[in-house]
Ligand binder design. Sequence first.
Ligand code: C5P
Length: 436
Amino acid sequence: MPAASPARRPRVVLGVAGGIAAYKAVEVLRQLTESGHDVRVVPTDSALRFVGEPTWAALSGHPVSTGVWAGAAEVAHVSLGREADLVLVVPATADLLARAATGRADDLLTATLLTARCPVVFAPAMHTEMWEHPATRANVGTLRARGCVVIDPAVGRLTGADSGAGRLPAPAEIAALARAVLARAGSAANANGTGLAAGLMPDLTGYRFVISAGGTREHLDPVRFLGNSSSGRQGYALARAALSRGARVVVVAANVALPEVAGAHTVRVVSAVQLRAAVHAEAATAHVVIMAAAVADFRPVTRAAHKIKKSDGDPEPVALVRNPDILAELVAARQPGQLLVGFAAETGGPGADLLDLGREKLVRKGADLLVVNQVGDGLGFEVEDNAAVVLGSDGTETVIGRTSKDLLSHRVLDLVTARLAPADGSVIAVSDSTRR
Ligand code: C5P
């Protein structure tokens, strides 16, 4: 592996297989080049029947070939994979998954997949029947077991009038997932000064996460509610980070206006009571639950069936009742080995030390980790950056300085993974991420 300068542009190989969703890969390419990535496009022959070579070459700024015979002097079938920081296949068809799973090397893309030693992400798109066929399930299982990230396709409209599982997620979200993979590699590289760390393979394969995000709304009447300004960005960034490390992720989203995270299964809720039902249902089979949602502590005792009118007379004080503490309930009903993570968004304030509040909350709730973050002043809710101190029930305190929500998510997941791993390191055997 040639030594790389930490400042060089991350290198992405964008593999494109022959499915109608190839046209959406053009937008993924555009997004990645615009965010400063050096992208080499490697289409299959059939991908070129959907989108032609000039499009890929013009938008990537690199020559494009599909076979191993062109430019033999550069030994592209070896060098592309070796030099990449990420190989991203969009769309991955049933045929491409089958060829990758069996280790074929009959074109430039499959040869590149065999030589790559960096993270590999497949974004499948196909008809529901093909996605659900036992052969495809087996191929996906094989690729995941080898340490590749194979995201689940979205459910929605397919090529014709039909709809179901098999739709390619939104291109911008696939690009965001790619950036999440590279953010982790980039942060490790900065820590050890070696340039992008191609060896940072998924370490959460086989784990199931439930992540709540956003803020609940407690309705007074059909149009008015008590709510908060949580955007869901931190929860979504955590979901992306976990997916980029191979986890299966269910997002329980309370009033989040952001596009759905590519590869996650999103359950939408409005109120704390709905969020509670959804989180408990999903938590029954989850290894990790991260409560990043801002859950209202109180809700109105009654919800008027019709909009409350001025003519109804002077306003009555709103009577409130306490919402259940979902995190504390999860702790009480904890599955064996399950890890529970809370968030404590605080503004601090006179006489209120953030960490003292956090420590008290960690003990009161009984979570394994509590991410204490200051909100307001350009941090926390509705902004791109965040900073936090992560308190562990084992007495640890980890300071995460102001950084992107993507990177903060990876730092939190590093702490989660360390607690998931048994002392004998057998988690490595579960994720089996070193072989391809
Ligand atoms: O007590 P506080 O609301 O500050 O606690 C924040 C943490 O507890 C967050 O992880 C939040 O998702 C969770 N929470 C909860 N149920 C509530 C209130 C908060 O699970 N009713």
